[in-house]
Design a protein around this ligand. Sequence first.
Ligand code: SAM
Length: 195
Amino acid sequence: MEENYYKTIDSVEEYIRLAKDVNGSDLIEKFKRFLPSNAIILEIGTGPGTDWNILNQDYTVIGSDNSQDFLSHLVSSNPSGRFVELNAITLNIDENFDGLYSNKVMHYLKDNELINSIKRQHEILNPDGIICHSFWKGTGSEIFKGLFVNYHLEKVLREYFEKYFEILVLESYAEFEEADSLLLIGQKKNDTSTI
Ligand SMILES: C[S@@+](CC[C@H](N)C(=O)[O-])C[C@H]1O[C@@H](n2cnc3c(N)ncnc32)[C@H](O)[C@@H]1O
């Protein structure tokens, strides 16, 4: 059962209970500084929809997840919202957005998967589009609740992202403990001739 964490009703209900006091409002305040007011945003890994609800107060935001159980929960809790099944690695959607947001999702990707995701993020963003992602800070990886968890340092994230994005913010913050997390905000590099 553990290896299906996020993919069963029991684990989804457990996560919703455990994460009820966690939200990305501080990250979203920083993201908003770089977004036009009429921006259309795709959230990657919407989960229970806590951050989706905050973003939805100011923007048109499409939620997404690769878990059917989270998607069912999102649809029934937010009947007027739009939610799509998407894998963060492939982002297989034929639409473009002004902003992409994820909070504690990208750490589920292995390094090569994150590199694929970054490339797709660049493709599905409108010119000057903005990305905002959070990560767990550290080195190496582990299996937690049956899920692969990848830790990152600023240097590696800069290396992966700066080919496609101008880095606007790359800083540590505290989720549970001092400097246990990293926030990255970037703007799409529109000139792809050097990529
Ligand atoms: C920590 S939760 C995100 C919580 C969310 N930020 C909120 O405001 O409630 C992580 C989410 O990422 C999703 N996820 C994990 N791997 C994914 C992938 N490869 N593609 C899409 N979603 C993924 C999980 O199903 C889960 O819903």
